[in-house]
Design a protein around this ligand. Structure first.
Ligand SMILES: *[C@@H]1O[C@H](CO)[C@@H](O)[C@H](O)[C@H]1NC(C)=O
Ligand SMILES: *[C@@H]1O[C@H](CO)[C@@H](O)[C@H](O)[C@H]1NC(C)=O
Ligand SMILES: *[C@@H]1O[C@H](CO)[C@@H](O)[C@H](O)[C@H]1NC(C)=O
Ligand SMILES: *[C@@H]1O[C@H](CO)[C@@H](O)[C@H](O)[C@H]1NC(C)=O
Ligand SMILES: *[C@@H]1O[C@H](CO)[C@@H](O)[C@H](O)[C@H]1NC(C)=O
Length: 619
């Protein structure tokens, strides 16, 4: 008997074989079903028929399941729904019809009839276009959440939601909406969440949905967002305007509670609300009104202005933002940043990838700042004590600038920045600063866990440059510094676990005088010929990962090391590129292929080590 064949109802036990049941919930997902199982017990509450091949939903197969609460028909081939199928399903709250062919059904201009109890309806990805939703929504009085995402709707008409006046959330993500008729959402008194992201909306000039809490307009072609001029208090909390083409700061409700505002990836060149004069005249805004507008964002917690063309952040703009915790203005054109006695709650400030030449902080400012991103700017000189003024700073990104590091308590070299005595700082990134020296005690009394000094070619590190970090430093990055001999004794750093020394000119490993705790060591692309025996021994106990490729290793003078690798005591992720030379002028061989004959002919004394090196069966 072909249970998966046509939907003739000869009451075979399709269900027994193909579905599973847990109490009153039945799961038949992904069973190649062409029709709903016929012999389901009465009283079931959940029926999951997703990912099958159902085409027609008929009264005969489904209508008697009036006990259903939750019916999942996601990803079938449904193109026909018998009218009034759901009329008597007075318990059905959740109906998922996403990813079907309901456009085919809508073309027949048939109404599915009432959805008397449905609260959540998913019609996403059905090829529906403008007007087609009427056949599904005409009578759904309790509907709260509706998803129409991934369809081809171009216009929201005034009557689109007339049959579902209880809607709280509408998801219209990923359609091609160009037009929203005036008043289309006005009769939805409970509407709090509206997702219009990824459409083709060009402007909103009279935003008046004062009950809305979440509005997503990301990824449209918006050039203007303007609220109707009114003294009504708006409930809006989240406003996402990212990835549009907005040149002026959005005109937000005068009385607002906005906590989250994303205007990133637009064309803002100023945070002023001033648009072309004639537009404003039409809207009846006086210019003094506008000036006060942007001063009233006192509930704002998160503000993202990244990827715009802002040249400055005026103090008048941020001075009302007493609740702001995250300010992101990365990837703009800001050349100077100064704040004093402002932004009392800011924890994260991102000014990366601007053209900052000046960054200065007045007294009593940014007292809660924990993370500061200043990478990718043109900072050369800073007040040497800039970062000592930030009593909560924990994370500092300064890579890709032109800074110099001061000696502890001395302003030397001239124009330097001090990193000593910052008791909260744990993460410091100073790569690509053309640093020439790291002076002695540079980080004294600053309990760094991570220090990145990479990509400062020619860097000279004082033997005492890392003093003070003995009991804190875990990560040390010294990649691409053209270092030929490391003068600092890394074995004094008791907590050091991750060390990157790749792409330097090291000819010997730094000495380890005692047991190390290093777990990961990157020595790729250096000039290492021989790894000193005591160092390998000191590393061996803790080391888990070792990068070693692109070094002119000698095979026969590194038997201890080769032994370590070949018995898999340590993982060498780049082992394919780790080669050694066993005779002068011979071709390098992969270290896994070193055999005892190779070295025996050179030096019979090494034979006893080679015994360990060669794994059985490996020649
Ligand atoms: C679905 O209904 C159409 C006509 O409405 C019919 O041609 C088709 O065979 C039916 N499909 C199944 C699987 O019953
Ligand atoms: C509607 O969606 C919101 C979140 O988007 C959710 O919290 C709520 O439970 C949903 N309501 C129903 C009836 O599914
Ligand atoms: C708005 O929609 C975009 C695209 O779908 C999504 O990535 C973003 O998280 C949404 N924003 C909010 C605030 O939910
Ligand atoms: C600021 O925005 C940029 C671009 O969207 C993002 O990459 C970066 O992670 C954000 N910064 C923070 C601190 O979240
Ligand atoms: C790198 O070091 C070598 C000497 O070890 C020197 O000749 C070369 O100029 C250095 N390169 C840079 C970019 O500092």
């Amino acid at each position: 008997m072909n249970l998966r064949g046509l939907c003739g109802y000869n009451k075979t036990s399709v269900f027994v074989f193909l579905c599973s049941q847990v109490q009153m919930d039945v799961f038949c997902s992904n069973r190649s079903l062409r029709c709903a199982p016929a012999n389901l017990s009465h009283g079931i509450q959940t029926l999951d028929l997703s990912r099958n091949m159902l085409q027609n939903l008929t009264l005969e197969t489904l209508a008697f399941h009036t006990s259903l609460h939750n019916l999942n028909l996601h990803s079938n081939k449904i193109q026909f729904i018998q009218p009034d199928l759901f009329k008597d399903m007075t318990n059905l709250k959740v109906l998922d019809l996403s990813r079907n062919y309901l456009d085919v059904f809508a073309l027949t201009k048939t109404y599915i009839g009432p959805l008397p109890a449905v609260e959540s309806l998913d019609l996403s990805s059905n090829g529906l276009y403008t007007g087609m939703t009427d056949y599904f929504l005409s009578h759904s009085p309790l509907l709260e959440n509706l998803s129409l995402s991934g369809n081809s709707i171009t216009k929201i008409a005034k009557n689109t939601f007339n049959g579902s006046l209880g809607l709280r959330g509408i998801n219209l993500h990923n359609n091609v909406i160009l037009e929203i008729e005036d008043g289309a959402f006005d009769s939805l008194h409970n509407l709090t969440e509206l997702d219009l992201s990824k459409n083709s909306i060009t402007c909103i000039t009279d935003f008046n949905l004062s009950k809305l809490k979440v509005l997503n307009l990301s990824k449209n072609s918006m050039e203007t967002f303007q609220t109707a001029d009114s003294d009504i208090e708006y409930d809006l909390l989240y406003l996402d305007l990212s990835e549009n083409r907005i040149p002026y700061f959005p005109l937000l409700p005068r009385r607002n509670k906005i906590v989250y505002l994303d205007v990133s990836r637009n064309q803002l060149y100023s945070v002023n609300v001033t648009g072309p004069a004639e537009e404003l005249a039409i809207l009846g805004h006086s210019s003094s009104n506008l000036r006060t507008r942007h001063q009233l964002l006192s509930n704002l917690v998160y503000l993202d202005l990244s990827y715009n063309q802002l040249k400055s952040i005026p103090l008048s703009f941020i001075c009302s933002m007493l609740s702001l915790e995250v300010l992101n203005v990365s990837n703009n054109c800001i050349s100077s940043f100064y704040v004093e006695d402002l932004l009392p709650q800011v924890r994260v400030l991102d000014l990366s990838y601007n053209s900052l030449q000046n960054f200065s902080l007045g007294e009593n400012t940014l007292q809660l700042l924990e993370e500061l991103f200043l990478q990718g700017n043109a900072l050369t000189t800073l007040d040497p004590q800039s970062f000592q003024r930030l009593p909560s700073i924990r994370y500092l990104q300064l890579q890709q600038n032109n800074l110099k590091i001061c000696n502890e308590n001395h302003l030397h070299p001239p124009d330097c920045v001090s990193f000593s005595s910052i008791p909260t700082l744990q993460y410091l990134y100073l790569s690509e600063n053309s640093l020439k020296v790291v002076p002695a005690n540079a980080f004294y009394n600053t309990p760094l866990k991570l220090l990145d000094l990479s990509l400062n070619p020619g860097l000279e590190m004082d033997p005492n440059s890392l003093s003070g970090l003995e009991n804190s430093l875990v990560h040390l990055f010294l990649r691409e510094n053209n270092i030929s001999k490391l003068m600092t004794d890394l074995s004094l750093l008791n907590h050091l676990k991750f060390v990157d020394l790749s792409t330097n000119q090291l000819t010997t490993l730094p000495l380890w005088n005692k047991e190390s705790s290093i777990e990961s060591l990157n020595l790729q692309n250096n000039n290492l010929v021989t790894l000193e025996y005591n160092t390998v021994a000191a590393l061996e106990r803790s080391l888990k990962t070792l990068y070693m490729g692109s070094n002119p290793l000698s095979c026969c003078s590194n038997l201890r090391f080769l032994h370590m690798v070949q018995r898999s005591a340590v993982v060498v992720p780049d082992i394919e590129t780790v080669t050694c030379v066993y005779l002068q002028d011979s071709e390098p061989v992969n270290i896994e292929r070193v055999t005892h004959e190779m070295c025996r002919t050179l030096d019979s004394r090494t034979v006893k080590y080679i015994f360990f090196v060669t794994r059985t069966g490996k020649k």
